[in-house]
Design a protein around this ligand. Sequence first.
Ligand code: ITT
Length: 198
Amino acid sequence: MKLVLATSNQGKVKELAAMLKDMDFEVVSARDYPGFPEVEEDGDTFKANAIKKARAAAQFTGELSLADDSGLEVDALNGAPGVYSARFAGEPKDDAANNRKLLKLMENVPPARRTGRFRCVIAIARPDGEIYTVDGTCEGIILEELKGDGGFGYDPLFYVPAYQKTFAELDLAEKNTISHRGKALEKAVAILKRLYVG
Ligand code: ITT
């Protein structure tokens, strides 16, 4: 049975595919379906956007579909960039520009106030319209400079005290063990197992 990943973010695809690899699904990308339309992410919440993306993929492909909406919430910025994380520095999406903007806004924020978290909502949509959502968070500290070159997005600025490393210094398996996406996907896998593969 197919499982369509409704994301165009290759960083997410790598992490999701690694965690789904032992399941009895043929994991494919929505982008492999010619004419799959760009989904406008205009929801106020991660959940609303995740549902919108998963539902669009399930309707277009006729297959079980999974979408991830995620982002970074920084306490000193009152939760920004939040749902605007991907395009924080404007169009087109640019991870390096987003990191520069975050560093600039945090310039005068002392270490003790540089707390934040990644949040992820995963939506699973069935072609019949049924939707399931799960979420995950990971707490961390926003560094004053980039560290590490793995991962994607804000990973080089996101320091996890328990590991004394940024997300960009963890390997894929380590990141999946503790990340917002890994935690949400663990719950998603439990739902998929219950529903589809026993
Ligand atoms: P899709 O909508 O196609 O899935 P996207 O990148 O636009 O891709 P989102 O709207 O969910 O996805 O935005 C997520 C952004 O949040 C992402 O582009 C990064 O800037 C940031 N982000 C989310 N998870 C992250 C992670 O694990 N590491 C670093 N940055 C992350």
